[in-house]
Design a protein. Structure first.
Length: 431
């Protein structure tokens, strides 16, 4: 997770081999996965942790890799071209590292706190990058002047680091805790990382994440229901106590920087609905479907193979410095086209099973904070799937898969320690 936050894959230590490049993170993942099997043989008290997500995840990754090797054997696809996307899919296996190497609540707390800390660092670095502007890049990824609806906004910097999804996940998780748990001193300390995460989400100028952030609050109210109404009110007042003065300060005391940021954000958000405009996001990317669907019809089961090109060069979409023939904005379409239905269907089962377990059983967790972790991570995953993956390839980019693997792994660890057939103290109390 650390290597996919503020670090681009290009700075990852690597070993060049004849068929491609192996990164240090690849070796670490493989070693940690092998250690699970080794420890189960040499340590008498070590047992492999089994969860309901294991088989769907293994089938998803296994079939995606199998489909790719078949494509390499029978089509012009080269292994070197496939390694990047194979690495992305394999990074979901971080889930097993979490479920099998995290053995107690102390290690789990360390992992969660480290996750929030990394998200806070990403948010803080994005703020610093915004102050410096695009002419002085200090973080990898996209650092550029905002362009939306055919208009450039000088003085407004769009920042998308490799770990852009971590501030969003942290924002949702901390919102759940702040709005649902008792307002204690320990919770007030979460306001700073919550604010930095919120600003980080804003500075990506990814509208799907903005929509997800806005939906967070009504969804929290929906899942916690009236039984937590007083906590919701107190938590909302605490958040507003920080957010409103910050908004007013940004608008009134930052010269033209604050108003430009706010105005450009409003224009970008509203432009999402203007499909008739050829410069709008949805209209601009619709051509990808015209090439993707015929490929699905021709290769429904195994797809074209990870790393393959699914379309020709398109004038106006590709140019000298950009070749997007292997790129798609829709995460689900990407998986179906490249890995086929035999990989996508297990992935769909993984999604449905993880969401079902998280939303159904978070109240069964005896410890309130642990239950809120489950709700927060499940809600973040739900929002990434529904708002962050249809018009953005979040599920098939370098940064998000390890973070998603950690989220799902933490949830399963908490639920594994919970008797899901017995009401928790929280449930008995509200009844």
């Amino acid at each position: 997770v650390l290597t996919t936050t503020l670090f681009h894959s290009s700075v990852n230590p690597r070993i060049s081999l004849g068929f491609g490049t192996i990164y240090l993170t690849d070796i670490l993942l493989i070693v940690n996965l092998l250690l699970i099997g080794i420890r189960s043989f040499v340590e008498s008290d070590f047992r492999i942790v089994k969860t309901p997500l294991d088989k769907p995840l293994l089938l998803f990754v296994g079939m995606a890799l199998f489909a790719t090797f078949i494509a390499i054997i029978y089509t012009p696809l080269k292994l070197r071209s496939s390694l990047h996307e194979m690495r992305i899919v394999s990074n979901y296996l971080v889930f097993f590292v979490v479920t099998n190497h995290i053995r107690d609540e102390k290690q789990q707390r360390f992992l969660i706190n480290g996750f929030i800390l990394l998200a806070t660092i990403v948010g803080g670095a994005m703020i610093l990058q915004y102050v410096l502007g695009p002419s002085v890049p200090i973080i990898p990824g996209r650092v550029e002047v905002l362009k939306t609806a055919g208009e450039r906004y000088s003085g407004v910097t769009r920042i998308i680091p490799p770990g852009y999804l971590m501030p969003f996940i942290s924002f949702v998780l901390l919102s759940v805790i702040l709005l649902s748990d008792d307002v204690r001193n320990s919770n007030r300390g979460l306001l700073i990382p919550w604010a930095l995460a919120a600003i980080g989400v804003l500075l990506t100028f990814k509208r799907q994440l903005w929509i997800g952030a806005l939906l967070t609050f009504p969804l929290i109210a929906l899942f916690t229901k009236r039984r937590n109404l007083s906590k919701l009110v107190r938590g909302s007042m605490t958040i507003l106590f920080v957010a409103v003065p910050g908004f007013l300060f940004l608008y009134a005391f930052t010269g033209d920087v604050g108003p430009k940021l706010i105005n450009s954000s409003l224009v970008r958000l509203t432009s999402l609905t203007n499909y008739d405009d050829p410069n709008s996001t949805l209209s601009h990317r619709s051509y990808e479907y015209d090439y993707a669907f015929p490929q699905i019809a021709a290769h429904p089961l195994l797809g074209l193979g990870l790393g393959s090109r699914y379309r020709p060069l398109v004038p106006g979409r590709d140019w000298e410095k950009y070749d997007g023939r292997a790129y798609m904005h829709n995460s689900y379409l990407w998986i179906v086209v490249k890995a086929g239905l035999l990989s996508f269907l297990p992935f769909l089962l993984l999604i449905l099973r993880s969401l079902y377990r998280g939303f159904k059983y978070w109240r069964s967790v005896p410890d309130t904070r642990q239950g809120l972790y489950v709700l927060g991570f499940t809600l973040a995953f739900f929002l990434v799937l529904t708002t962050g993956s249809w018009a953005s390839p979040a599920l098939m980019e370098w940064g998000p898969p390890p973070a998603i693997g950690v989220m799902l792994g933490i949830n399963e660890l908490i639920l594994k320690r919970t008797n899901l057939t017995r009401p928790s103290f929280y449930q008995r109390k509200v009844v």
